[in-house]
Design a binder for this molecule. Structure first.
Ligand SMILES: Cc1cc2nc3c(=O)[nH]c(=O)nc-3n(C[C@H](O)[C@H](O)[C@H](O)COP(=O)(O)O)c2cc1C
Length: 373
């Protein structure tokens, strides 16, 4: 790359994308980030403005922070937005309208934390946490395993959330199946010790997610985009793996595809890390190769200090910098690029990249977590 001729360098990021009904003006996705800025679970005007600022500054698709389904133990934080109750849903409708008013696209990430919730947490301190085997991600038993009736109730709550996403005008829905929360607790052997149809081998452990996806698909019809986010790693257990080999990853993904996923959001902490030995492909690359579905990559985009060196004359490309990312996008390893912290700290990140205004980029600082700027 010769210089800051940003247009040439950034082209693949600014190509339009479409999959089914999901039509995006470019490939930049705002990653879902919990902000705990919705007192009483209701997203307010400030939340709408926060997302609108990213949309009007060139983000192709916003995935909202995790927003919880209608189950009393879905979160342990009263400031995390709900995705149920007319007060919260009308707050979300205003968020959608704000983002659409500037030509943006937005989907909610629907979430249940499972045994990540502590006993006695607000809201609903009387509600016990739930999980496939009542085990938390550290392997400790905290409650009894979910009954089949509870499983059915929670699946219905996911489906209702998906239906509500469509009803209030969102452009799709993302199901949070990553990072060691409820759905991932079914996937992972450490947290799923069930011996019924929801446990055991890979097929059994994916069954809950399959039923969630099928119920959501039924609730929204064939054309409403369903994105499914998953990860090998868990919050606090970064070395965890659901699939040690490409074969196992294929076994994991096949039933999810069959159930109706349109796009996979493959959560990794560093986009440049190969997922398995013997290939450069990252998790999003493998997922696309194995399923044929579009994928979103994520992980430290724009955070590495070397990231922008590809824009600077004389410096070579490295795997971690913008060139490495764009080359991969260009050759179709994945389709979309989610950006978390860089967009949290700098609402104008996408436009600055597009226009080559790199000296104006704001470096990430944890200070930014305190406000919804
Ligand atoms: C403050 C913060 C909150 C997050 N909350 C969520 C969340 O609600 N749901 C989710 O799937 N991931 C969540 N993540 C993970 C991000 O979506 C993303 O995968 C991660 O930050 C890596 O991307 P980055 O390196 O571009 O920040 C969160 C990350 C941060 C920094």
């Amino acid at each position: 790359m010769s210089n800051t001729g940003g247009n040439q360098v950034t082209n693949p990021l600014f190509n339009p994308f479409h999959a089914g009904n999901l039509e995006l003006s470019n490939r930049i996705v705002m990653a879902p980030m919990t902000r705990s800025g919705s007192p009483g679970g209701v997203p307010g005007e400030n939340v709408a403005e926060y997302y609108k600022r990213r949309a009007e500054n060139g983000v192709g698709l916003i995935v909202t922070e995790g927003t919880v389904i209608n189950h009393p133990a879905a979160t342990g934080d009263p400031n995390v937005p709900r995705f149920h109750g007319e007060d919260a849903l009308s707050g979300w409708k205003k968020v959608v309208e704000a983002v659409h008013s500037v030509g943006g696209r937005i989907i909610p990430q629907i979430w249940h934390v499972g045994t990540d919730r502590k006993i006695g947490d607000s809201p609903n301190p009387e509600a016990l946490p739930i999980g496939p085997s009542g085990i938390n991600i550290f392997g400790e038993k905290v409650v009894e395993p979910m009954t089949e009736a509870e499983i059915a109730q929670v699946i219905a709550a996911y489906a209702q959330a998906a239906a509500d996403a469509k009803r209030i005008g969102f452009d799709g829905v993302e199901i949070h199946g990553a990072h060691g929360y409820l759905i991932d607790q079914f996937f992972w052997e450490r947290t799923n010790k069930r011996t019924d149809k929801y446990g055991g081998d890979m097929l059994g452990r994916t069954r809950f997610a399959v039923e969630v996806i099928e119920a959501c698909r039924k609730a929204v019809g064939p054309d409403f985009p369903i994105v499914f986010r998953f990860s090998q790693w868990k919050s606090s257990v970064y070395t965890a793996k659901l699939a040690e080999t490409p074969e196992l990853l294929g076994q994991f993904l096949a039933p999810l595809v069959e159930a109706g996923v349109d796009v996979f959001h493959c959560s990794t902490r560093r986009f440049w890390e190969p997922e398995f030995e013997g290939s450069d492909l990252n998790l999003a690359g493998w997922t696309k190769k194995l399923t044929g579905k579009p994928t979103i990559t994520v992980g430290s985009v724009g955070l590495d200090t070397d990231f922008m060196s590809g824009f600077t004359e004389g410096k070579g490309a490295s795997n971690t910098n913008i060139d490495g990312l764009l080359e991969r996008l260009d050759r179709g390893e994945f389709d979309l690029v989610a950006v978390g912290r860089a967009l949290l700290v700098d609402p104008a990140w996408a436009n600055k990249i597009r226009e080559g205004r790199l000296d104006e980029l704001v470096p990430f600082s944890t200070e930014a977590l305190r406000t919804l700027a």
